[in-house]
Design a protein around this ligand. Structure first.
Ligand code: UGA
Length: 416
């Protein structure tokens, strides 16, 4: 796992006030506060499959805590959960309490991958939700005091349990909605002559809109946005709010459309066929500064290109070849041997571009802005195309070298 700054923190704290242990019972018995941070993936089976969160692991934690606890505990929901999960947890815990008191708090995590340590050290806010009973208030104060050792008091906000649980899903939904909004506008820019980066800059300077999360892209990825929106959609359907469900589902649909649109653009530009053509895909992680590939748009891009019989060569500075091959095979529903002659992974971006008809930028790794594009151009087939799904390559320089550049959200047909 690659996360800038994480190794240094672990090295500095391990054995002092950070310990790793497989002994869960001992951990539960010794702790006053227990953070439950298990996975809550989208359900793949039964009722709510494809949308609802799978709460199996959360419930197992609650049962285990109740079973081995030797005193009162504060249990903190750190995992992202559907609103009102605490209610189910309370019921499981209280039904098995053996006389101990369990207080449940919700304390969702807002850090983003790639900037996790910075976000942890300097969060925009810390959210704590709990009951307004005397024991609830006492638990909230205790957790607040943990954060207060490095987070200013005015950034620690407290709410009821349900607001806190729901705020996590809503925060991610709003962030993803901004990306889908700007991505939808990128399509309009391409046909009208507007430039999406200029539009984003112009609207982002309105302090009511703000500049963040307005970067047009080949689509958002990661383990959270899609999962959390689908979870929100499921909740709205469950509470019989179909209009609200449809509204949020559209954010995911635009994201899927943007990925398809990008691949169609590649095929159309390459004279309506990529069959037998070598295409170098730069970047496989869902964003820079992480090696996480979950829901990465690069998976869909590679899958579609391979389905069109292209020969795909992937480079990513941090993702292992094995992970890339497995992910693409999984997406194609085939075994790794079958795609061996269609897919190569290389650790050298220059190697990837030899004889390539096109370069496709799928992740915004900084190094892709500084490659020796003269060298790359010389080795590529002509015309040499670049499809920039992250808007990071020096377009003007590339055009002056002879490349044909397609940048998301820039007028089509005009050389930049
Ligand atoms: C997201 C949220 O930003 C965190 O606050 C939250 O804690 C986390 O999910 C979570 O629930 O665990 P993360 O998915 O790690 O964090 O990364 P983001 O920076 O939000 O990026 C998500 C995706 O959106 C990436 O694929 C990124 O490339 C894309 N994106 C982001 C854009 O395409 N354009 C933008 O302007 C911003």
């Amino acid at each position: 796992m690659y996360e800038p700054g994480l190794l240094q923190i672990v090295e500095a704290c391990r054995g002092k006030n950070l310990f790793f242990s497989p002994d869960v019972t001992k951990g539960i018995q010794e702790a006053e506060i227990i953070f439950v941070s298990v996975n809550t993936p989208t359900k793949t089976y039964g009722v709510g499959a494809g949308k609802a969160a799978d709460l199996k692991y959360i419930e197992l934690c609650a049962r285990q805590i109740a079973e081995v606890a030797n005193g009162d505990k504060i249990i903190v929901e750190k995992s992202t959960l559907p609103v009102r999960t605490a209610e189910s947890l309370k019921r499981v815990l209280h039904a098995n309490s053996r006389g101990h008191h369990f207080e449940i708090l919700s304390n969702p995590e807002f850090l983003a991958e790639g900037t996790a340590i910075r976000d942890l050290e300097n969060p925009d806010r810390v959210l704590i939700g709990g009951d307004s009973t005397p024991t609830g208030c006492e638990a909230i104060a205790k957790l607040k005091s943990v954060y207060a050792s490095w987070v200013p008091e005015d950034k620690i906000i407290t709410t009821n349990l349900w607001s806190s649980e729901l705020s996590k899903l809503v925060a991610n939904a709003f962030l993803a909605q901004r990306v889908s909004s700007i991505n939808s506008i990128s399509a309009l820019c391409e046909v009208t002559g507007a430039d999406v980066d200029e539009v984003a800059r112009a609207i982002g300077m309105d302090s009511r809109i703000g500049p963040k999360f307005l970067k047009a892209s080949v689509g958002f990825g990661g383990s959270c946005f899609q999962k959390d929106i689908l979870n929100l959609v499921y909740l709205c359907e469950h509470f019989n709010l179909p209009e609200v469900a449809t509204y949020w589902e559209q954010v995911v649909q635009i994201n899927n459309w943007q990925k398809r649109r990008f691949v169609h653009r590649i095929i159309k530009t390459l004279f309506n066929t990529v069959a037998g053509k070598r295409i170098a895909v730069f970047g496989f992680a869902f964003k820079k500064d992480t090696n996480d590939v979950r829901e990465s748009p690069a998976i869909d891009i590679c899958k579609s290109l391979i389905e069109e019989h292209a020969e795909v060569i992937v480079h990513d500075p941090r993702v292992k070849a094995e992970v890339i091959i497995n992910k693409i095979s999984e997406a194609l529903g085939t075994n790794t041997i079958k795609i061996e002659n269609r897919l190569t992974v290389t650790s050298n971006p220059y190697q990837a571009s030899i004889d390539a008809h096109a370069l496709v930028i799928a992740t915004e790794w900084d190094e892709y802005s500084h490659l020796d594009y003269v060298k790359i151009y010389q080795k590529m087939q002509k015309p040499a195309f670049v499809f920039d799904g992250r808007s990071i390559v020096p377009n003007k320089q590339l055009v002056s070298l002879g490349f044909e550049v397609y940048k998301l959200g820039q007028p089509i047909g005009n050389r930049i």
